[in-house]
Design a protein around this ligand. Structure first.
Ligand code: CA
Length: 706
């Protein structure tokens, strides 16, 4: 690494001579590879190409953290999930909000320098399985790069925020979205996409950072044609025999929607590949098969997109067990030998230690309770599944569920403690085949196509059953030893869906949680060393930087994402709050504005006029089409309307106007006339009205009890 370091130093000297004014955010691969030489900056998504999310900064440490306070904050006008990691270089912070809006701030003062709104059509929101979120930007040679929800990849001038180029990376007639942060390697901008729940074929593309020209595309699953003229053509010869039937009709899935990492010495790009489309393999690939490269980590050559190796975590995946979770590269000693490893805790509940040179499994152990497999056979590298894991003989209440033992929220690895810090969770889920012999599955372009029984998968309507479900939902910060594959310590939370991690040389790990608490823990013991009430639920990971000798810790706060929007009934009410960017430093004492008070008024409700059969039909339509945004069993989290409290639900005309005629398309609610007749929409309304009456009665009872 000395050669790279020397080059970086030479470059910095050249940059100084050239005048820094022309070199705003002048990042290149050598500078990212030498990130540790300028630890005050945070110039790539996971700070380094190896994505450890470990900072060498140590002024904020176990002894000083008690003096950490708010230096500045910025309240975001957007009201959806906030998932970005801010980047900081040369005193400027670049970050994103929901609807792919990008902002640049003076990282010391919080002054807004520029803002870029790519004007994502709000109707794109229904293509996003898991909220209209964005996980951040990439920087390269004076430009800022980000993916917009509607599938565009956009390059901005880092100084002004003006568009340099913009390209469409997806077929926008299909339900593709981009929520992940691009990564840039040797002048090539790597970007994937999401949409496997709705029915797409996953891929990663590389674009020229300078011109926006597409250089190569790697499909992760086969298509109808044997050859696509893509970088993946050779790899698809390996993948195609592992599939059966007409899988391409529902896309096949395998979207690359989040994780990537890069090893400059091996010159290998690692990508995490998502779940099948539909989830249910019996429908997707009748007769079975591993369905490569679903749920796999794939190593590619970044220059050409050529396949090098893969490791499949969940062969023939049937549970939405993506392997898109954060990938960490580390050099650790196992059995007395130094090993170059790749670490991942994907949704399926196993923690994997993989040799990143060869792709061979070193070890795997479950980091949360699991029901679908007993263990991973280290000789074959394959999981050993339990009976009825694939719900072939009836409903299987599985752990983990589709939200995973760990979702997109990044882990962190500290080379000082040798531990990986995992934002883990327990969210069980009932998987069941849809109707007899899959007879009821019909691909619905533009809607969810997951191939399981969505009514069974919903949350119960009665309060006692819901309470039991809530009690089964858990969240924990786990400190995991990747060498011994054991838990060193853990911190329990009130529920799942907590924030991503940051580890520092100050001996601390930072994490925000669903209740709005942002805390620092002793990295060695898990003892809480500091906490701050952000007044809003947190899913994003913190980051840290230094300016003029002072260390700062930054965090984007504001809840959202898959669990938040789809399972309102399981949500901690403390997660409701403003969306904001918070920056902390030692000795600062700024206070946040007073906590906003939220009130929900029940409109005057007309009586329910439908028959029980019609209400049941409405409930089934709602579960299949509406629940993924408005919440299972009609209980929404707060950023998408809770239809039990909606005045629209009280009027047949207004409801038809929104659901059939598309009256609220500008707010993101598209017409569902493709899927529902006006009579079926009315059944949905009657079902929601019945829920409103139930909720009104509960509110009255709660008031009476006070
Ligand atoms: Ca998925």
């Amino acid at each position: 690494m000395r050669r790279i370091s020397a080059l970086a130093v030479a470059f910095m000297a050249a940059a100084l001579l050239a005048g820094c004014g022309d070199k705003t955010a002048y990042i290149d691969g050598e500078r990212i590879a030498a990130a540790d030489e300028r630890p005050g900056d945070w110039i790539a998504h996971g700070r380094t190409y190896g994505e450890q999310r470990f900072s060498p900064l140590e002024k904020i440490n176990v002894s000083t953290v008690k003096d950490l306070g708010l230096a500045w904050s910025f309240d975001l006008p957007e009201n959806r999930g906030i998932e970005a990691t801010p980047l900081v270089v040369d005193g400027v912070m670049y970050t994103t909000s929901s609807w792919s809006i990008v902002r640049a701030f003076n990282a010391k003062t919080g002054e807004l320098i520029w803002e870029h709104d790519p004007q994502v059509p709000r109707k794109t929101g229904v293509k996003a399985c898991c909220d209209s979120v964005n996980r951040g930007v990439a920087l390269w040679k004076g430009r800022v790069y980000f993916g917009a929800l509607d599938g565009r990849l956009i390059s901005l001038d880092a100084k002004t925020g003006k568009v340099v180029w913009s390209v469409v990376t997806v077929d926008q007639s299909k339900p593709y979205t981009i929520t992940g942060a691009p990564r840039i390697i040797k002048g090539k901008v790597m970007i994937g996409n999401g949409g496997a729940e709705l029915g797409v074929r996953g891929y990663l593309s590389a674009y020229d950072a300078d011109s926006g020209k597409m250089l190569w595309r790697f499909y992760t699953v086969p298509g109808e044609k044997a050859v696509d003229g893509a970088a993946s053509d050779e790899a698809m010869k390996l993948a195609r025999p592992t599939w059966n039937g007409k899988f391409w009709e529902v896309g096949g899935g395998g979207t690359v929607w989040d994780s990537m990492a890069y090893d400059p010495e091996l010159d290998l790009l690692y990508i995490g590949v998502g779940n099948g489309s539909p989830w249910n393999r019996d429908i997707r690939s009748p007769g079975g098969g591993d369905n490569l490269f679903l749920s796999s980590v794939v190593a590619l050559k970044p220059d050409t997109g050529a396949y090098v190796w893969h490791y499949q975590t969940t062969p023939g995946e049937s549970w939405d067990y993506t392997a898109t979770q954060h990938i960490v590269l580390a050099d650790i000693t196992i059995g007395g030998k130094p090993r170059k490893v790749l670490l991942q805790a994907p949704k399926n509940g196993f923690f994997y230690v993989i040799d990143r040179v060869t792709g061979k499994l070193i070890s795997a152990k479950n980091y949360v309770p699991i029901s679908w497999a007993t263990h991973v056979d280290t000789v074959t590298g394959r999981p050993v599944e339990t009976a009825n894991a694939r719900y072939e003989k009836g409903m299987a209440l599985a752990m983990p569920g589709p939200l995973g033992g760990h979702n997109w929220m990044p882990m962190a690895f500290s080379p000082k403690t040798g531990l990986v810090y995992i934002p883990a969770q327990e969210i069980p889920f009932p998987y069941m085949q849809p109707g007899g012999a899959n007879a009821n599955f019909r691909y619905k372009p533009g809607a969810w196509n997951i191939g399981i029984d969505t009514v069974v998968a919903g949350l119960p309507d009665d309060e006692a059953a819901l309470k039991a479900v809530r009690a089964s939902l858990k969240g924990r910060l786990i400190a995991w030893d990747p060498v011994t594959q054991t838990e060193k310590w853990s911190v329990p939370y009130s529920g799942p869906w907590n924030g991503g991690l940051l580890a520092t040389a100050g001996g601390l790990v930072f994490q925000g949680n669903a209740t709005g608490e942002f805390a620092a823990f002793d990295a060695a013991t898990g003892k809480k060393a500091w906490a701050f009430d952000t007044q809003t639920g947190i899913v994003a990971p913190p980051m840290t930087y230094e300016i003029d000798g002072e260390q700062y810790v930054a965090l984007m706060a504001g809840w959202g994402g898959g669990f938040a929007v789809s399972a309102g009934a399981g949500v901690d009410p403390r997660s409701e709050g403003p969306r904001r960017l918070l920056v902390f430093k030692l000795g600062a004492k700024k206070a946040l504005p007073a906590r906003p008070v939220s009130t929900r008024e029940m409109p005057t409700l007309p009586p329910v006029t439908a028959t029980p059969q019609q209400i049941a039909a409405g409930a089934a339509s709602y579960a299949g089409l509406c629940s993924i945004c408005h919440g299972a069993s009609g209980v929404s989290e707060f950023s998408i309307p809770d239809l039990r409290y909606s005045a629209v639900t009280t009027s047949a005309d207004a409801f038809k106007g929104v659901v059939i005629d598309g009256d609220r398309v500008d707010a993101g609610m598209v017409s569902f006339a493709k899927f529902l007749t006006p009579a079926q929409a009315e059944e949905v309304r009657q079902y929601l009205l019945s829920l409103s009456h139930g909720q009104k009665a509960r509110m009255a009872a709660a008031k009476g009890a006070k």
